[in-house]
Write a protein that binds this ligand. Structure first.
Ligand code: ADP
Ligand code: MG
Length: 302
């Protein structure tokens, strides 16, 4: 088979591992920067051109969409869907996962526990909100943000107000969330592939930080995939509409809560913590998808 990994960064660990895993299984694997894909529509026919040539003969696409030029990358993924090429994660699913508030709404609507969270747009609404969230400090999250950048802890109402004012003046949105202090900088990352939880780790933030992201110096250790973790993670991923995703959960005093669902989870930390072949699992899922055929991808979800 021939797989296409859409990634802006061919040299990073996860992309390299995907290519390696595809080759071990005897498949071809192209890595292309989505921004280098030229999209063409004419007479109902969709094409993708790379370096002046039409890209054809791809059996499945593995999208890895970061936080830069998301719209463009989604247009590329959708173009492949139009062409009938199976994609591991759909453009619609990735788009929802990228919107923090919309995905919290979707999760809450399906009964998945999320931390108490508030969205507002006026400073006058702040004081009441903070009280409702259990008082300061509160977590603030830019609706557009990644890997712990854009997630802050505001120590007081005044601090929250000045941060939010700055963000609003830039035309951005920011949510306020109850700080689950009892987690002490720990969370759980569960990787779901094809409706199954395949690996999990507990991440611990580095000294002095509350954010446990590996990219921010967090350290991962293997954790048992309990039935509760599995069920919650799998359901969260299904709600967001993804086939491959990393779910971040907190073990709060009142039980597990889902923080977010990541559509292009990096897996270096997870492979190191669990000794599992995550790249291999993703490639196997891409194989399955390619074998199922393309028909199911004819119906687009715009
Ligand atoms: P990002 O997209 O930046 O990864 P997350 O919502 O996953 O955003 O938050 C990043 C990290 O910050 C989490 O992994 C967790 O360690 C910490 N964190 C986020 N929300 C809370 C919260 N409500 N209470 C305590 N810690 C939190
Ligand atoms: Mg996260």
């Amino acid at each position: 088979m021939k797989f296409l990994v859409l990634s802006r960064k061919p040299a990073i660990y996860s992309t390299r591992r995907l290519r390696e895993a595809a080759r071990i299984e005897g498949h071809g694997c192209l890595v292309v920067d989505p921004l280098r894909c030229v999209l063409h529509l004419e007479g109902g026919v969709a094409k993708v051109r790379v370096a002046g040539e039409d890209l054809t003969g791809i059996d499945a696409v593995i999208p890895r969409v970061g936080s830069y030029a998301v719209e463009y990358a989604l247009a590329v993924v959708r173009q492949f869907e139009m062409m009938g090429v199976p994609v591991l994660n759909s453009a619609a699913g990735i788009a929802l996962a990228k919107q923090k508030w919309a995905s919290l709404q979707a999760l809450a609507a399906r009964g998945i526990p999320v931390p108490p969270t508030t969205l507002m747009r006026f400073p006058t609404h702040l004081a009441d909100t903070i009280e409702e969230l259990g008082g300061s400090p509160v977590i603030l999250k830019l609706l557009r943000g990644m890997q712990g950048a854009g997630v802050l802890l505001a120590e007081s109402t005044e601090a929250a107000e000045s941060i939010m004012d700055t963000v609003w003046s830039l035309g951005e949105d920011i949510l306020a969330q109850k700080f689950i202090a009892e987690c002490r900088g720990r969370d759980v990352r569960v990787l779901v592939i094809g409706g199954e939880a395949v690996a999990a780790m507990r991440r611990k933030a580095k000294e002095g930080d509350f954010r446990s992201n590996i990219h921010r110096g967090g350290v991962g250790e293997r954790v048992e995939l309990t039935r509760e973790l599995r069920e919650l993670a799998v359901k969260a991923v299904e709600v967001v509409g993804l086939r491959v995703a990393g779910v971040d959960l907190l073990e709060s005093r009142n039980g597990l809560v889902v923080l977010e669902v990541n559509s292009s989870p990096g897996f270096q930390g997870l492979e190191e913590a669990t000794d599992k072949d995550i790249a291999g699992e993703m490639v196997k899922e891409a194989e399955k998808l390619a074998l199922k055929g393309e028909d199911q991808f004819r119906i687009l979800n715009f």
